[in-house]
Design a protein around this ligand. Structure first.
Ligand SMILES: *Cc1c(COP(=O)(O)O)cnc(C)c1O
Length: 377
C-alpha cells in the first residue's frame, strides 16, 4: 500500500488524452505566452465564478502581492490576516513593507475569527485578508460588515477554496473569492484546481482594479514599452492554461469527490472521542482542500509513524503558528493572543484527501487510524 496525500497521477491518467492533445496543440502553435488558451481560460474562469474579471498570473503568492499593489497600499499600512495559514498570505504583506497584523482563528472553521478583527483595527489598518482555509469560507458576512464600518479593503485568499459557495445571511450565494474587493487563488498542482506547474489568478468585480491588475502583472504596461506604473512579471503560461481548461469543467465533480471522502472519514470517526472531525460551517460549502482532524490526547508523531509504516501519508498543516515563525520575529505580537492557533498547531492532523480515493482505500486508512488510537500504545 502506498497512499499519498494527493494522487495527481491517477487523476491525470483519466484525462490524459485531452490534456496531452491540448498541450501538443500549444507546442504546435508556439504561443507559449498569452496564447489563446490563456484568454479563453480567463473568460471561462470568470464565468464559472460569476465574477466580472479574472486575471491570470504566475502563482497564488504573486496574486496576493498584485492585489495589494493594485489597492495602492503604502509601507506602514496594516493588513489584518490570520495566524494559521500558509506563509504566502502574510509573507506578501511583509514583502511590500506593509505591517502584518495577525489574529487568532475560529476554533470551528480554523478561519479568521471575526470577533478578533475589530479589536485589531488601528488608524493604520487598510485591509483585511481572510483565508478560506482547507476549503471552507471564513464568515464573510461579518468580515464585510467590519470592512464597511471601518472603510477597509477585503482581499480573499481563496487558494484552498476554489469552487466553495458562501451563502450570506442576506440570502445571496457567491463563490469564494468573489465577495470581497479582490479574490486570489493558486493553481499549484495539489490545489483543488491544479495545473502542471505554477499558476494563479486574481478576481474582481471592480473595473478599475481589474485594469490596474492587468497592467501590474505585465510590468505596468498597457502600450508596449510604455510603463504607467511599477509592475511585476507574473504570467500563467499557455501550457498551464491549456491544462486548466481541461480541468475547470471537472472542478465541481472533483470537489464532490473530496466531499464524499470527507463524509466517509466523518462517519468512520464519529464515535471516537479522540478524533475531532472538521466542523461544517452552515454558511459555506466545504471543498476539503484538506481533511484535518484535531487529535484529543493522542501521540501525533506516534500515529504518523504508525500510518507511515502502513504506507499511509499524513501531514501537519500547520506545525508552527505564523507569529512564532523566525521570519516574523521583527514584529511584536501578544503571545497570549493566539490560544486557538497554538492549540491547533499541536493537535491537527491532515489525512489523505484527493479526487481518487475509493472506499476500500478509505477503509484501510480509517481502520489503521482507529487501530492505533484504540490500542494502548
Ligand atoms: C498555496 C497557497 C498560497 C500560495 O500559492 P502558490 O501558488 O503556491 O504561490 C497562498 N495562500 C494559501 C492559503 C495557500 O494554500
Amino acid at each position: 500500500m502506498n497512499i499519498p496525500m494527493v494522487d495527481l497521477r491517477s487523476q491525470y491518467l483519466k484525462i490524459k488524452e485531452e490534456v496531452d492533445s491540448k498541450i501538443f496543440n500549444v507546442l504546435d502553435t508556439t504561443a507559449f505566452i498569452n496564447g489563446d488558451d490563456v484568454k479563453m481560460f480567463r473568460n471561462e474562469l470568470a464565468n464559472y465564478l460569476n465574477v466580472k474579471h479574472a486575471i491570470t498570473c504566475g502563482n497564488g503568492t504573486d496574486a496576493l502581492q498584485i492585489a495589494m499593489m493594485a489597492l495602492g497600499l503604502q509601507p506602514g499600512d496594516e493588513v489584518i490576516s490570520t495566524d494559521f495559514t500558509f506563509i504566502a498570505t502574510v509573507e506578501t504583506i511583509a514583502l511590500l513593507k506593509l505591517t502584518p497584523v495577525m489574529v487568532d482563528v475560529d476554533p470551528d472553521t480554523f478561519c479568521i475569527d471575526p470577533d478578533k478583527i475589530e479589536k485589531a483595527i488601528s488608524p493604520r489598518t487598510k485591509a483585511i485578508m481572510p483565508v478560506h482555509l482547507f476549503g471552507q469560507c471564513a464568515d464573510m458576512d461579518r468580515i464585510m460588515e467590519i470592512a464597511e464600518k471601518y472603510n477597509l479593503y477585503v482581499i480573499e485568499d481563496t487558494a484552498q477554496a476554489i469552487g466553495s459557495d458562501f451563502t450570506s445571511d442576506k440570502g445571496w450565494t457567491k463563490k469564494a473569492g468573489t465577495i470581497g474587493h479582490i479574490g486570489c487563488t493558486s493553481f499549484f498542482p495539489s490545489k483543488n484546481l491544479g495545473c502542471y506547474g505554477d499558476g494563479g489568478a486574481i478576481f474582481t468585480n471592480d473595473d478599475e482594479l481589474s485594469e490596474k491588475m492587468n497592467s501590474i502583472v505585465n510590468h505596468g504596461m498597457e502600450i508596449r514599452y510604455y510603463h504607467d506604473r511599477i509592475g511585476v512579471n507574473s504570467r500563467l503560461d499557455t501550457i498551464q492554461a491549456a491544462v486548466l481548461r481541461v480541468k475547470l469543467p471537472l472542478l465541481d465533480e472533483y470537489n464532490l469527490a473530496r466531499l464524499s471522502a470527507a463524509d466517509y472519514y466523518d462517519k468512520a470517526f464519529a464515535n471516537c472521542d479522540k478524533i475531532i472531525t472538521p466542523k461544517r460551517f452552515n454558511k459555506s460549502t466545504h471543498t476539503f482542500h484538506q481533511y484535518t482532524v484535531q487529535l484529543n490526547n493522542v501521540d501525533r508523531e506516534g500515529l504518523q509513524a504508525y500510518l507511515k509504516s502502513k504506507g499511509i501519508a499524513s501531514a501537519v498543516y500547520y506545525p508552527v503558528a505564523l507569529h512564532n515563525q523566525k521570519a516574523f520575529k521583527g514584529y511584536k505580537y501578544d503571545p497570549n493572543g493566539f490560544a486557538v492557533t497554538n492549540q491547533l498547531c499541536k493537535t491537527v492532523l491532515s489525512l489523505p484527501i484527493n479526487t481518487e480515493l475509493d472506499n476500500d482505500t478509505l477503509k484501510y486508512i480509517t481502520d489503521n487510524v482507529l487501530s492505533f488510537i484504540n490500542s494502548d500504545y
